[in-house]
Design a protein around this ligand. Sequence first.
Ligand SMILES: *Cc1c(COP(=O)(O)O)cnc(C)c1O
Length: 224
Amino acid sequence: MTTGETAPVNGLASVEAEIVRACRDARRERSSVTLVAVSKTFDTDAITPVIAAGQQVFGENRVQEAQRKWPELIAAHPGLALHLIGPLQSNKAKEAVALFDAIHSVDRPSLCEALAREIDRQNRRPSLFVQINTGEEPQKAGVTPSDADDFIARCRDTHGLTISGLMCIPPMDDAPAPHFALTAKIARRNGLKQLSMGMSADFAIAIALGATHVRVGSAIFGTR
Ligand SMILES: *Cc1c(COP(=O)(O)O)cnc(C)c1O
């Protein structure tokens, strides 16, 4: 049966099996890759069975949607971690720092300033990833590869932020591997250990190229 509440649990199991295989092929430990189950647009009914199946890390791309769905789930299930994977407006930094354990979309000095202020005020330290716009797409968030080193230094030196790693979303029509490799290269030369890259269609490739966080939605929850 692949309808109703069993569908996301089956999806989770096949994604998990593919992560295990990709780690084995890349001679990496399974524990070196965190699966971020992207539950955007899905409601509590779809999410609860995935939590019951053992998944603890979830991703959302909108602050308001996450505020609506997650406080109750987090209260009921200690140990869950929630990651913000979508763009963040500076005026939502307060809510984002309060709710999320990681933010994958740091990409502007104004946002860094707002995050630094809230991290101080709330004494909460979400893991921070700088988003790299590897395809240099004008409509897409992220810093360009040529601005990345300066921006990462500025995060640390001007804003006092600890950056854990980098995130990228390859252009829809490109082969993803060169984008993953470029992101890994920028991370390496900046001494950053974490790489948030790979989605439903390409997470195995991302793992081969060093991803530490794969953000997988539709392969678990179904099409949106
Ligand atoms: C929606 C989304 C994902 C998950 O995409 P799928 O193709 O459904 O796995 C990953 N990353 C970001 C930034 C997203 O917005």
